[in-house]
Ligand binder design. Structure first.
Ligand code: NAG
Ligand code: NAG
Ligand code: NAG
Ligand code: NAG
Ligand code: NAG
Ligand code: NAG
Length: 621
């Protein structure tokens, strides 16, 4: 009864606040690139007005702040709700837009005859926070008071339809977070560098000889073989990171690899990889899930995809591993007249995965873009999506980038054309765990390419305030003043090996490097930790950062040498404690496992995990 009264009074207020006249052509800029066409792209011509675009409209989620508060409550090891992850239904309740937002957007669509038109194929996400529909470019231009063009990416010759700015009717500004496709031109790049592909085309037996193989593939060896300094294999990582564990909870625990841009993970290559490097796993395999027209061409193995899956499964076998092949952003085909899916890939992935009842407890992605090339509204929408995965108990890991503090001339695109370090997105999102790269095993040092720095979009989250302030204190006020944003979210959070990974591609062994290798490696360790937690009757780790910065760091090897040059500087230095090169350090699985299962603080007093099964969920009653 009380509840009804409350709903009623909210309704009255909402009704009174509605403007009497809605004007759909009273435009206010939503997002515009100050410098016009982004670097690397050129205009080909106007978008054909009849060409249908797969449009996605993000509705403001009224309770997103609540959702973030829940995320922190269930992720903070000292909170009584630690580990009581939200269900799909709970996340959806917290993602629902205000009814006013829904009805205003519907009025807007209906003004253009789009709401009930069968050609538009309108669909909504479960919580109603995204509306997807197909709209001819000419009509979208009217709705957004802009012009769409066909653009070509000069280096890769790929084409797509975008605009350099778009508007929304004034009254929609507080109700709509983002409309895509619009100003996001980026194509997320895999964080591996082809220049790091070394010793092309060795056969497995040649490599076996190089590695003195029987020695190297002794799965649970404790000493790190000298060959690991120049060639990384699963057994090197097991020895280096103190991993000696066989997963048990393989019916409950799983790991996901998100892959974009036509990168296909190859079954035959995995088999060869296992034959060479993990013979006990030779009957192991991964699943493929294709999303948004993502492909699966087994004749076209991808370096990134194979690297990711060979090392996640190579370290976590027999844990089920899934490779998500995500489509989206296909080239614009001038003659095509059927609607194509031009949705940006991260959104397609989030849409799909958040709609699943069961999601992998660990998800790794080795892609990223310069943050400044990702429109802020788009970046915020995507980052909030990762927060939802964390709230549901999934650990989301991203590689930190392969250009140190920034690649190239590091000029800003804000009209000022200043030199500045260039953070990477989604690595800069505070709700993901970002993994930097290390080099060598004795000692383990920062890899020169290890992406790191500070976000210009996302402020410093409280979980890292002490760690980052300590670092800034050692850096001093004078170093790199004006080149980075000291109040932004610092990354990476952690690190793992990033060079010389032995990867089978098309039947041959390549040596591959980049933080692309680091993220799946750290993710594999997290997946094993999740297995140990689940086996002990505890919930999965979920969003890792609040735990990493308060307790988890005690199970990491602090990396204290090396630096990450870029933008014409030496970059930051890896120092004692957190640093924007290697974060808090690389994993020591044995110690981490003890922390996540028994929670004995190293050298300190013993705490136990309290297991509240979370049957009472007072925050939703
Ligand atoms: C699969 O990849 C191979 C090798 O790149 C290529 O020749 C073939 O056309 C591709 N098949 C499809 C259906 O795209
Ligand atoms: C920015 O400055 C560089 C030289 O520092 C110049 O080459 C470039 O054209 C400038 N770009 C813009 C958009 O003004
Ligand atoms: C890795 O370490 C070796 C030996 O110190 C050094 O020569 C090389 O430049 C380093 N590479 C990277 C990418 O850090
Ligand atoms: C610095 O970071 C803060 C916090 O995210 C942000 O509000 C601000 O706009 C950033 N400054 C610049 C110059 O980008
Ligand atoms: C490796 O982990 C074990 C626990 O499994 C621990 O006892 C040992 O100290 C660890 N080794 C190192 C070198 O930290
Ligand atoms: C750690 O916890 C596990 C699972 O609860 C238990 O079997 C093991 O005995 C504990 N180890 C220590 C050293 O307390």
């Amino acid at each position: 009864m009380l509840k009804n009264a409350l709903v009623l009074s909210l309704f009255v207020v909402a009704t009174l606040c509605k403007p009497l006249h809605k004007r759909w052509d009273d435009f206010k800029v939503k997002h515009a690139w100050v410098d016009g066409v982004p670097k690397g792209w050129e205009v080909i011509g106007p978008a054909p007005p009849e060409y249908r675009l797969a449009v996605r409209i993000g509705l403001r989620q009224d309770r997103i702040d609540d959702l973030i508060a829940h995320l922190y409550a269930v992720s903070d090891p000292n909170h009584h709700r630690y580990g009581q992850h939200l269900t799909k239904g709970e996340v959806e309740i917290l993602s629902t837009p205000h009814p006013d937002s829904t009805s205003l957007v519907e009025d807007w669509l209906s003004h253009y005859g789009l709401l009930n038109s069968p050609e538009c194929q309108l669909t909504r996400s479960s919580s109603g926070d995204w509306i997807s529909l197909s709209i001819p470019a000419g009509q979208l231009e009217q709705m957004l008071g802009t012009k769409y063009h066909v653009y070509k990416h000069t280096a890769t010759e790929t084409t797509l339809i975008r605009t350099t700015s778009y508007n929304l009717p004034s009254i929609l500004h507080e109700h709509v977070t983002v409309v895509t496709p619009s100003t996001y031109f980026g194509r997320p790049k895999p964080q591996d560098k082809t220049s790091f592909i070394q010793s092309v085309g060795k056969t497995l037996s040649e490599t076996a000889t190089d590695l003195g193989i029987n020695d190297a593939h002794d799965a649970h060896k404790h000493t790190v073989s000298p060959t690991c300094n120049s060639k990384i294999t699963p057994s090197c990582l097991n020895a280096l990171y103190n991993i000696s564990y066989t997963p048990v909870s393989t019916k409950k625990n799983s790991l996901g690899v998100a892959g974009y841009l036509n990168e296909f993970a190859n079954h035959a290559d995995l088999k060869l990889f296992f034959a060479g490097f993990r013979p006990d796993a030779v009957y192991g395999d991964f699943n493929i899930v294709q999303i948004a027209n993502g492909g699966n061409n087994q004749s076209d193995p991808g370096v990134e995809a194979n690297l990711d899956i060979q090392y996640t499964l190579g370290l976590t076998y027999p844990t089920p591993n899934t490779y998500y092949s995500i489509g989206g952003s296909p080239p614009y085909i001038p003659d095509g007249n059927t609607p194509t899916n031009t949705n940006e890939p991260y959104l397609s992935f989030l849409d799909f995965i958040l709609d699943q009842g069961n999601i992998p407890q660990t998800i790794t992605t080795s892609y990223g873009d310069d943050e400044q090339t990702v429109p802020r509204d788009y970046a915020e929408a995507v980052c909030n999506g990762f927060a939802k995965l964390g709230a549901r108990g999934s650990s989301v890991l991203f590689s930190s980038g392969d250009s140190g503090v920034g690649g190239g001339d590091c000029l800003t695109n804000d009209g000022k054309n200043r030199t500045e370090f260039l953070p990477i997105f989604p690595a800069s999102c505070p709700y993901v765990t970002t993994v930097g790269g290390t080099n060598g095993t004795a000692p383990e040092r920062a890899a020169l390419f290890s992406g790191g720095g500070f976000s210009n979009y996302f402020g410093r989250p409280s979980y890292q305030s002490q760690a980052v302030e300590t670092f800034l204190g050692t850096l001093g006020d004078q170093t790199y003043t004006g080149l980075f944003n000291a109040s932004g979210r610092g990354f990476p959070d952690v690190a793992a090996q990033g060079l010389n990974f032995q990867v089978v591609v098309g039947g041959k062994i390549y040596s591959v490097g980049g933080t692309s290798a680091s993220s799946p490696t750290f993710a594999a360790v997290v997946s094993l930790l999740n297995d140990a937690r689940i086996t002990a009757g505890l919930p999965s780790l979920g969003f890792l950062n609040p735990w990493l910065y308060t307790e988890g760091f005690k199970g990491l090897n602090d990396i204290v040498s090396g630096n990450n040059p870029g933008c014409g500087t030496d970059g930051f230095k890896a120092v004692k404690g957190w640093d924007p090169v290697t974060g808090l350090g690389t994993p020591n699985f044995g110690l981490l496992k003890h922390l996540v299962v028994n929670r004995t603080t190293v050298g300190g007093r013993t705490k136990k995990w309290s297991v509240d099964k979370g049957l009472r969920r007072p925050w939703f009653s």
